[in-house]
Design a protein around this ligand. Structure first.
Ligand SMILES: [Zn+2]
Length: 363
């Protein structure tokens, strides 16, 4: 393997002092992607949604399509004001001119805790870059899982296991969006939980960029949800009203739907969503505190535990503890030999650093 291909970070960085620098990160990713023909453009976009102002290009990398991308993105965001960060092509016919746009949304990003604001922007940038690095071979859902897997591995490689708390919240965020907002296309929860489990057993040091890409594809293929599973999941959550104000009853109804469902994936997603609610300090949703007393916490914990036993959800458990294919296994840390997984520990979600409790106020 060539040295150029190796990610040029020998040691893990200190996560606490990380400051996101769009231009620096974008240029680094372009180097790693080996964009010799300068076909890829990264743009940072600022929009003021409340005042309905047009999109503004804050920063953009120099490439063959810089001007075209700039115009394309302005139109895209003007016509779809709700759009976030994205990846696309400006000339799908010839397959040229790929771009990544990163939306600079200070308010939304604060939801994962102020201390993770910069890291979250990096995670999103890596996710979009993952779409470019990994060819779009599978279903939409598996492609999204591959992009999240790429982002998760990159963060673990860079910051070591200090990246786990943020990734656990990202996994939760994907479950939340699937259960409440019907976003099943981005349901990467099991893939991320699998990667976190692997990181706890070993590490992702020393992988080349090509190997990261291979892992991400492989994980998405085996641990990502199938179309059939996603249809069952939709059925399980169909009675959950979308866009409602969050109440303890709402959280409870999601858990109930998951426990009742025959879908193992629906159960896992519901249990993941509910896990932070079982913390003694409770959860804050939209400035509203939900807290169960010790008796209720135990009640829910027992319900989840009895269903989460490895024999109860073998399809999910197998994928959480999935072993990489043999062509990849050699490159992976030798410490990871067996696939053993504790479903209850995979369900854990971190509380944002410096915060008293898990809180969420995304919109
Ligand atoms: Zn995506």
């Amino acid at each position: 393997m060539s040295d150029l291909n190796r990610l040029d970070r020998a040691m893990t960085e200190d996560i606490t002092g990380y400051k996101f620098d769009f231009a620096k990160e974008a240029l680094q990713i372009l180097r790693e992607l080996g964009d010799a023909d300068r076909l890829i453009t990264f743009a940072e976009v600022g929009i003021n949604r409340r005042r309905d102002e047009p999109a503004e290009i804050l920063q953009i990398t120099e490439g063959r399509f810089t001007q075209a991308v700039s115009n394309f993105i302005k139109d895209l965001y003007r016509e779809n004001p709700g759009i976030g960060s994205c990846h696309g092509m400006i000339d799908p016919f010839f397959g040229l001119g790929e771009f990544v746009s990163l939306y600079k949304d200070e308010a939304g990003i604060g939801a994962f805790g102020k201390k993770y604001k910069d890291l979250l922007r990096l995670l999103i940038l890596y996710h979009e870059a993952g779409h470019i690095a990994i060819s779009q071979d599978y279903s939409k859902a598996k492609n999204e899982c591959a992009a999240d897997a790429y982002a998760a591995i990159r963060l673990l490689q860079r910051f070591g296991n200090d990246a786990v708390p943020l990734l656990s919240m990202w996994s939760w965020f994907r479950a939340w969006n699937a259960a409440l907002h019907g976003d099943r296309e981005h349901l990467s929860t099991i893939v991320i939980d699998h990667i976190i489990d692997k990181a706890r057993q070993g590490n992702y040091d020393g992988l080349t960029h090509d190997q990261v890409v291979k892992y991400a594809r492989d994980y998405a293929r085996f641990a990502g949800p199938s179309e059939r599973e996603l249809r069952k999941l939709k059925k399980a959550f169909k009675k959950i009203p979308e866009q409602e104000k969050y109440t303890p009853a709402m959280a409870h109804s999601i858990l109930e739907a998951g426990l009742r469902s025959k879908s193992q994936l629906a159960f896992y997603i519901a249990a993941k969503f509910f896990t932070p609610f079982m913390n003694p300090e409770g959860v804050e949703f939209y400035q509203q505190l939900s807290r169960y007393d010790a008796e209720m916490q135990n009640h829910y914990k027992t319900l989840i535990e009895s269903r989460a036993g490895i024999n109860q959800i073998p399809q999910v458990a197998r994928r959480l503890g999935y072993k990489p294919a043999s062509r990849l296994r050699r490159a992976f840390s030798k410490q990871v030999k067996r696939s053993q997984v504790n479903v209850m520990s995979s369900l854990q979600v971190s509380v944002p650093a410096g915060q008293e409790r898990f809180s969420f106020d995304y919109r």
